[in-house]
Ligand binder design. Structure first.
Ligand code: G2I
Length: 471
């Protein structure tokens, strides 16, 4: 029922997108956007259990075409600038939450996740901080106060935070930011600890660019996060920005690099995807761009711990790229006139291929009520293992609960893409906020790590109390 209601609401919203886009076309004198695809990007993403997000430019939310695309096509939003230090604490101790609050409200109104960006970064610092001189102790206090205040403000409303952004030089050493120069590498652990204390449920990320491939910079990042984990610093994920160039995208290498971070037990995400080209664009560049978008999406979707993809801007009209890279642009999935580009179709196709097309919500597949499950131990050692589970459901779900047993003495260490608990040998996994809605024939994917021993390949899984077939 709920599934049907949501779909109907989205359908109406999508009709509004077309209508307001046509109105915008008249007002601006450009041709009307082509029909957005049905089902939407967010619907096909949800069928894979991953989120699809976009950076949101606060000033554009009052534009109906823009905000309709953000609400109907995405299930996660990131503030492009409104949650940065410069924006939220322009004077020391004086906070301005207007932009952040607006985005959080927008997300709640539209049943979306919020990806918080960003708490500690060398760039876009307010003048008082950038130019002020502070003792080391004072600077540490300023930094942790800022983290605590901002994370507390959005406790329970922001599901993921880029706690530290762009901490690395290209050679893999730590960037000589004000924080590093005065506090050394400990500024990173301190920021994460302050964020965890302020909202224990938010997932805490370190985020960077040019780390998509296995190179000196990503090796530095890999060493750092391994050290943080070994020291018990509360870090949950690594964000890979993916500001890429058309024709220069190596999907399998991106997948491999995502996987090595995922194998540390961390969540990974594509956080700022855009793929720019030398202007002017033409159809062959746009086709290549579509293949490149598809390659990045496929890379994430092949890694079970890759929780989602955020694109850095909806349309070429709003992108940061032309301001920074002279002569380059057209990096986003929608064009200057808010028409979906081949890159948009490529993203959709990637999710459809990974999760199944939710189909026409007004004419659902007859529910068969059955399920099948693959319980795959992808890595094992004497005292633990890493497991990925994929469950295909015959019935559309708007919330789910899976159960299985672990061998005696084996415990659940941590899990992802679900909410986990263990009682005796039985583990129960309920959906996360972002992957509860699954269409008939769609799949649920989650994973976890064990301690005290390894799990067994092929363990039987039940869904909603019903045992699933193997395979
Ligand atoms: O540079 C691309 C991204 C790289 N990773 C971190 C992201 O936070 C970063 O986003 C960009 C925004 O897309 C831009 O919109 O960050 C830039 C700042 O480093 C943002 O640009 C700035 C302009 O340079 C300023 O002139 C402007 O006042 O946005 C500011 C606020 O609108």
């Amino acid at each position: 029922m709920r599934q049907h209601r949501v779909s109907t609401v989205r359908r109406l919203a999508r009709a509004t997108v077309a209508a307001s886009a046509a109105a915008a076309a008249l007002a601006f004198g450009f041709s009307a956007p082509s029909q957005a695809a049905d089902p939407s990007l967010r619907e096909v993403a949800e069928s894979t259990g991953r989120f699809i997000g976009t950076a949101v430019n606060d000033g554009l939310l009052s534009n109906g075409t823009y905000s309709d695309i953000v609400s109907t096509e995405f299930d996660s939003v990131t503030a492009e600038n409104a949650m940065k230090w410069e924006a939220v604490e322009p004077q020391r101790g004086q906070y301005n939450w207007a932009g952040g609050d607006r985005l959080v409200q927008f997300a709640q109104d539209n049943d979306q996740l919020v990806y918080g960006h960003t708490l500690v970064w060398h760039s876009q610092m307010p003048g008082w901080l950038q130019n002020g001189s502070f003792s080391n102790n004072e600077l540490r206090q300023i930094m942790t106060d800022h983290v605590t205040t901002q994370v507390s403000r959005y406790k329970g409303q922001v599901q993921r935070w880029d706690v530290v952004n762009e901490a690395f030089n290209e050679d893999g050493s730590l960037r000589q930011s004000k924080f590093y120069q005065q506090l050394g590498a400990s500024y990173i652990a301190d920021s994460f600890r302050a964020a965890r204390a302020a909202d224990p449920d938010a997932k805490l990320f370190i985020n960077d660019y040019n780390t998509e491939l296995d190179n000196a910079k990503s090796d530095g990042l890999y060493r750092l996060v391994s050290d943080l984990l070994a020291q018990g610093v509360p870090i949950d994920g690594v964000g890979f920005q993916n500001h890429l160039i058309v024709g220069n995208v190596n999907g399998p290498a991106i997948r491999q690099n995502l996987q090595r971070f995922a194998d540390l037990g961390l969540e990974v995400a594509v956080t700022e995807l855009d793929i720019r080209m030398q202007m002017p664009s033409d159809s062959s560049k746009l086709q290549q761009q579509a293949r490149d978008y598809r390659a990045v999406a496929d890379a994430c979707l092949a890694v079970s711990r890759c929780s989602g993809i955020t694109v850095w801007g909806v349309s070429d009209r709003d992108s940061w790229v032309p301001d920074v890279f002279e002569g380059q642009g057209a990096a986003c999935p929608w064009d200057e006139n808010y028409r979906p580009k081949p890159a948009y179709d490529a993203l959709r196709d990637a999710f459809v291929a990974a999760g199944g097309d939710p189909g026409d919500p007004d004419d659902p597949e007859p529910p068969t009520g059955d399920c099948s499950a693959v319980f795959n131990v992808s890595n094992r050692w004497d005292t633990g293992s890493v497991v990925s589970v994929t469950v295909r459901t015959g019935q559309a779900l708007s919330g789910w609960r899976a159960q299985f047993d672990l061998p005696a003495g084996v415990s659940l260490a941590n899990g992802w893409n679900g909410s986990f608990s263990q009682s005796g040998s039985t583990v129960t996994v309920a959906n996360a906020a972002y992957n509860g809605t699954v269409p008939a024939g769609g799949t649920i994917s989650f994973g976890f790590q064990t301690s005290g021993g390894a799990a067994q390949d092929g363990t039987r899984v039940s869904l909603g109390g019903q045992e699933c077939a193997a395979g």
